[in-house]
Design a protein around this ligand. Structure first.
Ligand SMILES: NC(=O)c1ccc[n+]([C@@H]2O[C@H](COP(=O)([O-])OP(=O)(O)OC[C@H]3O[C@@H](n4cnc5c(N)ncnc54)[C@H](OP(=O)(O)O)[C@@H]3O)[C@@H](O)[C@H]2O)c1
Length: 242
């Protein structure tokens, strides 16, 4: 299979790359940091003897996205939209440029690239789209509502794509992780038992792709935690520190 990984230097993307490279799939590793991508591609090729190529991709440069896809010169079978930006909520509240960056990367950038990919897959009547959203999109909270609202929008976008593309044999999977042990949450205090390792998440994602699941919560318990959180009456919720 030809597999496109958008945001290939991320902790979660690296774990996904290892799983698929070990099965000899051809990987198109895309991201902004081409030095890191080169190192990753060479590491994968040495370990697994699969074919890997690297491609410059910036989620914010939406006008270039169509050209970026044409530049791959290959038909993609499976795409992972993994890039994301959390930022520091307190800083984002004081700095609109940073807040806008969060909304643009996590929502607009992700929608833009998948917009073009969806049209291609629909025409070809095949393909799988995996979008890494977040449980943070399930209910807006004071601690991360720029990131969370962008992820809420992204989850809704993926749901719409799934609805549109089901009749064209295109599979869309929404992944909603809780905490995952990657550079994104470095320095944050997270509950150990609820924090997933990226390798285990990657394994769960691969299973969900194979089973053609629609939504994957990881760890699974987050589905029930979020159900509880979503059902707290607003009058109580607004006074909680979550
Ligand atoms: N870690 C968690 O706890 C957690 C939980 C729920 C959901 N997620 C989601 O999982 C995905 C992967 O996160 P991670 O934890 O693996 O994060 P990570 O290791 O911090 O990586 C973030 C990635 O996003 C890329 N990125 C940021 N802005 C970009 C832009 N404008 N264009 C292209 N790439 C850009 C970064 O590339 P550069 O190297 O160029 O900066 C980096 O590769 C994200 O969508 C995140 O929101 C993570």
């Amino acid at each position: 299979m030809n597999i496109l990984i958008l945001g290939a230097t991320s902790g979660i993307a690296r774990a996904i790359s290892h799983r698929y490279a070990s099965q000899k799939h051809r990987l198109f590793l895309a991201g902004r940091n081409t030095d890191e991508l080169k190192k990753e591609a060479s590491d994968l090729s040495i370990r697994y003897e699969n074919e890997n190529s690297i491609h410059y991709f910036d989620a914010l440069k939406t006008l270039d996205h169509q050209q970026f896809l044409q530049g791959l010169n290959s038909e993609i079978d499976l795409v992972f939209c993994v890039f994301g930006y959390l930022g520091d909520q307190a800083e984002l509240e004081q700095n609109w440029d940073m807040a806008e960056n969060s909304l643009m990367v996590n929502f607009v950038g992700a929608c833009s690239i998948l917009h073009h990919i969806a049209n291609d897959f629909e025409k070809r009547k095949s393909g799988t789209i995996v979008g890494i959203s977040s449980v943070a999109g399930e209910r807006g909270r004071a601690s991360n509502y720029y990131y969370g609202s962008a992820k809420a929008g992204f989850s809704a976008f993926l749901s719409g794509l799934r609805n549109r593309l089901a009749k064209s044999n295109v599979h869309v999977l929404t992944v909603k992780p809780g905490f995952v042990d990657t550079p994104m949450i470095e320095g944050m205090e997270t509950p150990g038992i609820l924090t997933a390792q990226p390798q285990k998440l990657a394994m769960a994602i691969e299973n969900a792709v194979n089973k053609k699941s629609h939504t994957l919560y990881y760890k699974k318990v987050w589905k029930w935690i979020m159900l509880l959180i979503k059902n707290i009456p607003e009058g109580i919720f607004k006074r909680l520190s979550l």
